[in-house]
Design a protein around this ligand. Sequence first.
Ligand SMILES: Cc1cc2nc3c(=O)[nH]c(=O)nc-3n(C[C@H](O)[C@H](O)[C@H](O)COP(=O)(O)OP(=O)(O)OC[C@H]3O[C@@H](n4cnc5c(N)ncnc54)[C@H](O)[C@@H]3O)c2cc1C
Length: 341
Amino acid sequence: MKKILVFGEINLEDNKIEQVTFELISKAKKLVFEANNLKKDEQYFVEVVFVASYLVDDEIKKAYKAGADKVVLIKDSAFDVFYSTVYADAFLEYFEKNPAEVILFPATIKGRAIAPRVTVQLDTGLVADCTEAEFIVKNDKLYFAPTRPTFGSELMATILSKKVPYCATIRSGVFKAEFVYCDNGEFFEYTPISYHEDRIKLVRSIDDKEKNVVDFSNAKVVLCGGYGLYANKSDEYYKKLKKIAKITDSHFAVTRKVVDFNLAEAKYQIGQTGSTTEAKLYVAFGVSGAIQHIQGMKNSKTIVGVNIDENAEIFKYCDYKIVADAKKVIDDLLAYFDIKQ
Ligand SMILES: Cc1cc2nc3c(=O)[nH]c(=O)nc-3n(C[C@H](O)[C@H](O)[C@H](O)COP(=O)(O)OP(=O)(O)OC[C@H]3O[C@@H](n4cnc5c(N)ncnc54)[C@H](O)[C@@H]3O)c2cc1C
């Protein structure tokens, strides 16, 4: 049988599997169904591989539930600290004995450090930051066909690699984790024989608070301010929106143009070069709906757009369309919440 391998990522602080891993597993499962349908003589399955010192049982069950047929733990106490070359070496040792047709890496800091190290050793290509992936049949051969934005994100390119394994990185929030499969499968523990010492030594770890980053992965409501809120040569309306976000327990966000004009910090940016969100409710105030922004919020459940231009691109992605002056809407909201302006 052939397999789609997901490079799994664990949060080293609580040993829980990162959400993006579940997202990749569920996508891999769908790809498996697709491949098995297209080519009945080549049956695929999903394997998720973790490089770690241990894995919690409940987390393994969650991986099966998300669609993994097999969970592999490449185990050593040395993996308690993330060293990219050590992880890559251990993974490569396992992979050489247990090859796969496709490898999906999370496009996280760790995944982005591992993926090129692995693919260069395997002498194959890597398609980075994919936003879609499918299997296609060409000349009776099954190809993994990932798609990613290109030319300043004006075009989407589907890239077919000439070599196997087909490798891709995928950002968090692009695909949905679906815990709809059964909660058992095959488990395999692998002890690596040798891996090189890393030339880098960890001196100090910095947590998210210290790094000053915003975590949008679990955001329920996101209030995003676009350049349409710019007024009186000041950041007044971004501050007002931030206030509303605070009292409604929502996440404040902005577009890249707002960041480029120094009206808000880059950590709030949503989009292709910012964060991704799958919020339950996403409200875009004065956002035009450029494709690079859409990439970061299109999987939100309910999308509301407030724009003065009734033909604004953002409305194509909205469940609710409000043609109005977003500044007025924000002032009205502030008045509603009875905040002193
Ligand atoms: C490689 C690359 C990567 C990029 N990555 C990102 C990214 O990660 N995230 C991102 O956001 N962008 C990204 N961009 C930039 C993107 O192309 C757009 O330029 C940007 O998203 C536009 O921001 P905006 O919608 O706030 O501004 P604009 O495009 O200027 O739109 C402002 C909107 O506000 C409306 N408006 C004006 N006044 C009002 C008012 N009073 N009330 C209501 N509506 C009003 C206008 O009708 C307009 O639709 C990237 C670009 C490139 C080339």
